[in-house]
Write a protein that binds this ligand. Structure first.
Ligand code: UDX
Ligand code: ADP
Length: 458
């Protein structure tokens, strides 16, 4: 079969894998190949056991793999054969040298740029998919144009806005697709080629274009705004707990103002995930770099409140459980950073688990998808931790349950059975406000929601 165009994606991770699977699904006329330096990851993409869990992904990969979707480690060959290259490698927070703990670590990104320059034999469009500091496309252009040949590379920015757990839905029906390009004739031509791909399934009015720097910055700002909403509501939970106000009622009243909107106002033990903290710190670093300290301080506050919220959760547990957790058995319901994913990157559960161990508690962790990652995250932590898939078995004989993730299954458990099997007095700390607190109290639990009055029997 001959294809209209050959698309390559470098980086087969949470973003590259699902995004390319969906492009292949929606555009059978294109050949889409995803490469990665990690052969184990590629082998998994080529198996029935995909390396990431994402609702709906298995079906799409099954329908497209070896038809027009391919996973490979042959980076050199695939670069040569491609017309359009998406770059979706990891850009974690830098943990060394200048900007340590704040700036983006661009080493994988730069290596990719050098690989493209080395192997490319024809003109190509390069698409930034990874989230990057503003002006990174310029660095990419400079590396690519330093080759001693006349191959032209047009660098576009096309940030990904998908959220894990709903990635396929977000890709199929995005609020918007953003494409940033140079305003030169070749920039506009490349932009149109990318628009043409998305136009296969996204309504034209939802495909928006801008200059490259606005596009790069928009991704950071979109995540900063979303995280800011969560820190805003979480900051008010502390006040609710002092004043007997109820955060659910406050969020409802505030969110019904159409100027505010009701989404993303769920109070929680804190936000996690690979993007929010990393992107805000990246934004903060950029602002400091340009001498905008007031702006940097403002956004840094979003991360500070998130850290405060997690520590507050521990302090609430301590004070509720008579100021000592030593020797007590605590069951964490959920370990992933949100429901419907096995991903645990920056999960608040990691912080909570480590702090509970510091307080000398014993931990039992349960999660439907994230136990393997939990074991990796807590590897080397000096304390008693067990991992149990069945929530009933996990909570038996425990003194307390702490809900870390809003998995739907937890709301529908038989809590009478759980209560009977636990040590007394039995405590529940609902870090996601997903349980029926009144009912739990009636069963006999001492219930500590987030931002709502506690229901206790003493
Ligand atoms: C986020 C952005 O939503 C997405 O657009 C971007 O491309 C990547 O970063 P993701 O991290 O996958 O996506 O998940 P998201 O649904 O945004 O949740 C992030 C964290 O915030 C989770 O820990 C979640 O539990 C928490 N959260 C979310 C809350 O605590 N309260 C809310 O109301 C919403
Ligand atoms: P994201 O959540 O942004 O998708 P991931 O860490 O899940 O990030 O995925 C990034 C992927 O990029 C990893 O599988 C990693 O092995 C891959 N990668 C990093 N550098 C390169 C490179 N130079 N060439 C190919 N793949 C790379």
């Amino acid at each position: 079969m001959t294809f209209k165009k050959t698309i390559l994606c470098i980086g087969a991770g949470y973003v590259g894998g699902p995004t390319m699977a969906l492009i292949a699904y929606k555009c059978p006329q294109y050949k889409v190949t995803v490469v990665d330096i990690d052969p184990k990851r590629i082998a998994k993409w080529n198996s029935d056991n995909l390396p990431i869990y994402e609702p709906g992904l298995d079906e799409i990969v099954k329908a497209t793999r070896d038809r027009n979707l391919f996973f490979s480690t042959e980076i050199e060959r695939e670069i040569k054969e491609s017309d359009i290259i998406f770059v979706s490698v990891n850009t974690p927070t830098k943990m060394f040298g200048a900007g340590s703990g704040m700036a983006a670590d661009l080493q994988y990104w730069e290596k990719t740029a050098r690989q493209i320059r080395k192997y490319a034999e024809s003109h190509k469009i390069i698409v930034e998919k990874s989230t990057l500091p503003v002006k990174t496309a310029l660095a990419m252009e400079r590396i690519l144009s330093s080759a001693e040949n006349d191959i032209h590379f047009e660098v576009l920015s096309n940030p990904e806005f998908l959220a894990e757990g709903t990635a396929i839905k977000d890709l199929e029906d995005p609020d918007r697709v953003l494409i940033g390009s140079r305003e030169t004739p070749s920039g506009l031509k490349a932009r149109d080629e990318l628009v043409e791909i998305y136009a296969n399934w996204v309504p034209r009015e939802r495909i928006i274009t801008s200059n490259v720097w606005s596009s790069e910055l928009s991704k950071l700002v979109a995540n900063a705004f979303l995280a800011q909403r969560i820190s805003s509501i979480n900051s008010i939970t502390a006040l609710c707990e002092k004043t007997d106000a109820n955060i659910m009622e406050v969020a409802r009243a505030v969110g019904m103002d159409s100027r505010v909107g009701s989404k993303f106002l769920n109070a929680s033990v804190g936000f996690g995930g690979s993007c929010f903290k990393k992107d805000i710190l990246n934004l903060v670093y950029l602002c400091r770099h340009y001498g905008l300290d007031e702006v940097a301080d403002y956004w840094e506050g979003v991360v500070r409140i998130n850290d405060y919220q997690k520590e507050r959760f521990i302090l609430n547990m301590l004070s509720a459980m008579f100021n000592t957790l030593a020797g007590k058995k605590i069951c964490l319901f959920g370990f992933s950073y949100k429901a419907n994913t096995g991903d645990t990157r920056e999960s608040p559960a990691i912080f909570i688990a480590r702090r509970l161990i510091e307080e000398k508690a014993e931990l039992v962790i349960t999660d439907p998808k994230a136990l393997n990652n939990a074991m990796i995250d807590l590897n080397g932590v000096d304390g008693k931790i067990s991992y149990v898939e069945d929530p009933y078995k996990a909570s038996a004989n425990c003194d307390a349950i702490a809900v870390m993730t809003e998995w739907e299954i937890y709301a529908n458990l038989d809590f009478e059975k759980i209560y009977k099997s636990m040590a007394k007095p039995a405590f529940i700390f609902d870090g996601r406000n997903i349980l029926d607190h009144k009912r739990l109290y009636e069963i006999g639990f001492n219930v500590f929601p987030i931002g709502k009055p506690a229901l206790t029997h003493f």
